[in-house]
Design a protein around this ligand. Structure first.
Ligand code: NDP
Length: 286
């Protein structure tokens, strides 16, 4: 049917994993095992949940992992020293630093300390610049890339389409908008000061919601037949997860919508793994 299709992340993630398993196999045969380092200061619940998912995904694909768990009150110098050590470690190909960093750490300084070639989740502004330039040699933020991979997997035409992105954060909204722009979509970016959000959103053929406000995008945000990608992960009062889109309210209007959970979130760790393999190949001139 051309209405109300729930487009899940799992088939997208499975397809990515399947091709990564082959690529890793070839590398291992040449004596190279891709390796991801995770740097975590403290132990926030959502970091731990994401970490578990990332480790499991990497293990299934054959990527080595190492978690560097640091005290939440780690000094800036020590944090940077660890990044330098990782930068110089030939066996580590990708680094994920959990953000936001604890408050004593200066993100404006630390983000430059991670070498761009190992910066698989776009912490270093060099990689952000590449996203804006449309230079595919870098590493876009995994979640933003996941939005794109889902749309491509489900064969959603982007060229010439009107896309509205709700949210302009540096990790999701803004880079997702830039990736969509590179695919020749006509992109509008909304944020907390946007006037008449429902009007701007409902003008779009494709709506990407990344605001962090439970069920904010209601039926009046959605054009008939639109495709909706719901990036939001919110915890409701009863402890369940929900997105930024009121799925029940819009389901009869949309042509396709990603669910929460089991949507964008399930693709993000496959992109992370994909970036580790890409980094590994680049570092080994493959
Ligand atoms: P941020 O809080 O960093 O950014 C939220 C953005 O939404 C800001 O640009 C903000 O505008 C905008 N915004 C907030 N409230 C409103 C409003 N009422 N109307 C319009 N715009 C609004 O969040 P993130 O970008 O980090 O994350 C967004 C969502 O995606 C969250 O729910 C997060 O949990 C989820 N997420 C999901 C991931 C996944 O793997 N699926 C990974 C990462 C995040 P302004 O700039 O003006 O403040």
């Amino acid at each position: 049917s051309n209405r109300g299709n729930i487009i899940k992340g799992k088939p997208v993630a499975d397809k990515i994993s399947e091709s990564l398993i082959k690529e890793v196999d070839e590398l291992v045969n040449e004596g190279i095992t891709p390796k991801l380092a995770i740097v975590r200061a403290g132990s926030r619940g959502d970091d731990l949940a994401y970490e578990r998912g990332a480790l499991k995904r990497c293990q299934n694909i054959g990527i080595d992992t190492e978690v560097f768990e640091l005290p939440e009150d780690i000094a800036q110098e020590e944090y940077i020293d660890l990044l330098k050590k990782i930068n110089n470690d030939k066996n580590i190909h990708g680094v994920l630093c959990f953000r936001p960093l604890p408050k004593q750490l200066d993100e404006k300084v630390i983000k430059y300390a991670i070498c761009p070639e190992k910066d698989i989740d776009c912490f270093n502004p060099i990689n952000f610049a590449k996203v804006v330039e449309g230079d595919k040699s870098g590493f876009p933020p995994c979640t933003a890339q996941a939005v794109l991979e889902i749309l491509k997997f489900y064969e959603v035409e982007l060229k010439g389409k009107k896309v509205t992105v709700l949210g302009r954060s540096n990790v999701v909204g803004k880079p997702a908008a830039m990736l969509l722009l590179a695919e020749h979509a006509t992109v509008t970016i909304c944020h907390s000061r946007t006037i008449d959000l429902p009007k701007v959103a409902s003008d779009a053929d494709i709506l990407v919601a990344a605001v962090g406000k439970a069920k904010m995008a209601t039926a009046d945000f959605v054009k008939e037949g639109a495709v909706v990608v719901d990036v939001g992960i919110n915890i409701t009062e009863d402890g369940n997860l929900c997105g930024d889109v009121d799925t029940d309210g819009v389901i009869d209007k949309v042509s396709m919508i990603t669910p929460v959970p089991a949507g964008v979130g399930s693709v993000t760790t496959s992109i992370l793994a994909k970036h580790v393999v890409k980094a590994c190949k680049l570092q080994n001139n493959r």
